[in-house]
Design a protein around this ligand. Structure first.
Ligand SMILES: [Zn+2]
Length: 222
């Protein structure tokens, strides 16, 4: 397919999961301790983060859509279909997807030690790796010790991200990255995610990484 390259891509934000998705929360949230500073539900946090990223990008003049406006879980298959509908309409190289999540080390029943921010792409080097690399650049500048940025692939230049055949990455046509924003079963991470500073920093990292990627790939011709 020879598609016309647009000046600016359509940026899609998937905020994963829904109110009714089982698990996917901190141990305190699992117990229903609403007033605990360690209360965190992934669907709720991811929506807050996605909405923040959406507001900033829209304000700055980018074309950005929230993929899931519902509070309930929208099955992966349907989310993928929503993304691919944009790809068919605008061309897959004119769309990019970032799926926003919170990581977990265990089944959510108890606190664990693993912590940090990371991002995932499919296996091998694709455009998604370049988007992940820009997100990692922003993350490494923003999340300083004791916060942690988790790195995996030693691919030169575009390394750092983890690579897995995650459904939403594998079945969407456009460049796609899934971010795991710290751990919902790590106490320090949950406090950070629940702080205004932490949420703001995660929003900034997505905004910065996406803008850097767009500048590199879409606005270079002037
Ligand atoms: Zn998730």
């Amino acid at each position: 397919m020879n598609e016309m390259k647009m000046q600016m891509p359509v940026i899609l934000l998937d905020n994963g999961h829904g109110r009714d998705t089982k698990g996917k929360c901190s141990p305190e949230a699992l117990k229903g301790n609403f007033l605990s500073p360690f209360f965190l539900r992934e669907y709720e946090w991811a929506r807050r983060c996605a909405q923040g990223v959406h507001s900033v990008l829209t304000f700055l003049g980018y074309t950005c859509f929230l993929l899931v406006k519902e509070e309930e879980d929208v099955p992966l298959k349907d989310r993928v279909e929503r993304v691919n509908a944009y790809c068919r309409r605008y061309g897959k190289d004119n769309v990019l997807l970032v799926s926003i999540h919170v990581n977990a080390a265990g089944d959510g029943t108890r606190w664990a030690l693993a912590r940090g921010w990371s991002a995932y792409t499919t296996k091998g080097v694709t455009k998604s790796d370049y988007l992940a690399a820009r997100l990692y650049d922003a993350a490494e500048k923003t999340f300083l010790a004791p916060l942690k940025v988790r790195k995996y692939t030693p691919e030169k230049e575009v390394g750092r991200d983890f690579e897995e055949a995650l459904y939403v990455l594998k079945h969407t046509y456009c460049p796609a990255v899934l971010t795991e924003n710290f751990f919902q079963d790590n106490k320090e991470d949950v406090l950070y995610l629940n702080s205004e500073e932490g949420l703001g920093a995660c929003i900034d990292v997505h905004v910065q990484g996406i803008i850097d990627y767009v500048k590199e790939n879409y606005e270079g011709e002037d």
